[in-house]
Design a protein around this ligand. Structure first.
Ligand code: HEM
Length: 176
């Protein structure tokens, strides 16, 4: 997948979770060389990305779900607003932002060869409820959940994100 995902993980560790030394330990745990380079615009093998997230969780002594939440928070609140600010201009609420996610992922991977961006199915049973289903061969559901939660934080909205079966989440908003 696009290197921006592991690049963001690398930044998160170096800035907030132990610095470059900790990142080296994570690379080592993942069986990668100390000088393993990640470029945001280049492809990184999907398995390598998953192994890096898994190794980060193990080395930091947290669960995979906790690592996924920390990743989602960093991506949505620090990395993407800097690197992909254009996508943050239009949506005014967390719900509007989440509803844009197919367009964002298709646009951003349009020029990437063999890109397989994640896809989302939506249901809106009422204006304060969004059922969002994650569809991707990569099976990164915990990352999806972490990102959805982080969208609420970005918009300073007290949203509730409930995991439901079949790779979906039920998001509750507080709009009047
Ligand atoms: C402006 C905000 C965002 C940008 C620019 C963005 C961009 C990207 C990019 C470039 C990738 C790599 C895709 C590939 O190489 O195929 C990716 C992966 C992913 N994104 Fe986003 N994303 C954003 C927000 C979100 C949000 C809010 C969610 C959840 C609702 C999400 C869910 C995912 C997931 C789960 C993946 C992992 C790849 C997979 O499962 O197939 N993203 N995103």
């Amino acid at each position: 997948m696009k290197g921006s995902i592991p690049d963001s993980l690398q930044e998160l560790i170096k800035k907030h979770h132990g610095g470059p030394g900790m990142w080296k330990k994570i690379l080592e745990h993942a069986g990668l060389p100390h000088d393993f380079k990640i470029y945001a615009h280049k492809d990184v093998d999907d398995e390598t990305v998953k192994t890096l997230i898994d190794s980060a969780a193990k080395v930091l002594g947290i669960t995979y779900d906790e690592a996924a939440d920390a990743f989602g928070d960093y991506w949505m609140n620090e990395y993407a607003p800097m690197k992909y600010f254009a996508f943050f201009n239009r949506p005014r609420t967390a719900k509007e932002f989440l509803l844009e996610m197919n367009r964002v992922h298709e646009k951003i991977t349009a020029k990437v060869e063999n890109a397989k961006p994640p896809h989302f199915e939506y249901k809106t049973p009422d204006r304060n409820t969004l059922i969002m289903k994650y569809e991707s061969e990569r099976g990164m559901y915990p990352i999806f959940v972490g990102l959805v939660r982080a969208v609420g934080k970005y918009y300073k909205e007290d949203i509730k994100v409930l995991r439901s079966g079949d790779n979906s989440v039920k998001v509750s908003f507080n709009y009047v």
